[in-house]
Design a protein around this ligand. Structure first.
Ligand code: DGL
Length: 271
């Protein structure tokens, strides 16, 4: 048994979709979340910048005695996972492979859509992974750069004309390709799943990156005997690199729990 915490990070709020899943499937685990809200969005940045940010995020998280890290960010997972894994002596899980495995299992017509940030689509990581594990699957990718800033600004509610217009513009051409499964390849997007789901309709299964990676982490902890004592109630601590107030409001709404000690502000450039 190992009661040390798990580190989780994202550019901002998106990784909370993974935290929500972790709280449900691993309620005994302690979590330390870092959202890089001062530098969000990550999605349009170069590989070099993303790696620099990701290294700082990991260095900050590792000031705690962690047993594992979940990269709850599609953009960091698609561009920096293998480097971070090579540089760190603890298990690090990204979102790409678990999400692709689920999508490959769900699709019947072998036509899978991918929506993600520009950096993730540019990386080709989801396509490469699917080509390896399910070569019969065809991938239709669409970057959705406006989604993250809208989510970070709380524009996530059905009926909001701005987000609905943007979502239609991104999704309608993708639906014309005949996909029956859609990978939400950025962890911010499940916050829009009601809107995305209603545009796509019941014929398209949505696969959420954050959720699938939480299941992957559970498998990994079990395999390496790193699970916490199942009788305990895990805690969640939240750190951000910019104003805590907005984050706290949206985070508690989204997680459906009050943040026990609020969020803590961290100067990420120091790491
Ligand atoms: N939520 C992240 C992702 O999964 C980052 C999005 C962004 O900051 O652009 O890609």
């Amino acid at each position: 048994m190992d009661n040390r915490p798990i580190g989780v990070f994202d550019s901002g709020l998106g990784g909370l979709t993974a935290v929500r899943s972790l709280r449900q499937i691993l309620p005994e685990e302690n979590l330390i979340y870092f959202g890089d809200t001062a530098r969000v969005p990550y999605g349009g940045r170069s590989r070099e910048t993303l790696l620099r940010y990701a290294r700082q995020d990991v260095r900050f998280l590792r000031t705690h005695d962690l047993k594992a890290i979940l990269i709850a960010c599609g953009t960091v997972s698609t561009t920096s996972l293998t480097t971070l894994q090579a540089e760190n002596d603890l298990p690090i899980v990204g979102v790409v492979e678990p999400t692709c495995r689920r999508a490959a299992a769900m699709t019947k017509n072998k036509r899978v859509g991918l929506i993600a940030t520009l950096a993730s689509v540019r990386s080709g990581a989801y396509e490469a992974c699917l080509a390896r594990i399910a070569p019969e699957v065809q991938v239709f990718a669409k970057p959705c750069p406006l989604f993250v800033p809208l989510v970070e600004n709380g524009r996530i509610h059905p009926g909001d004309i701005v987000i609905e217009t943007v979502a239609r513009e991104y999704l309608e051409p993708l639906l014309e390709t005949g996909i029956d499964t859609l990978i939400l390849g950025c962890t911010h997007y499940p916050l829009l799943s009601e809107i995305i789901g209603s545009i796509c309709g019941p014929g398209v299964t949505l696969v959420s990156a954050g959720e699938e990676s939480a299941f992957e982490l559970k498998r990994l902890l079990k395999a390496r005997e790193l699970r916490a004592d199942p009788r305990r109630a895990g805690t969640a601590e939240f750190c951000v690199s910019d104003r805590v107030e907005d984050f706290e409001r949206i985070a508690s709404l989204f997680l459906q729990e009050e943040l026990r000690h609020g969020a803590r502000r961290v100067d990420i450039e120091q790491y």
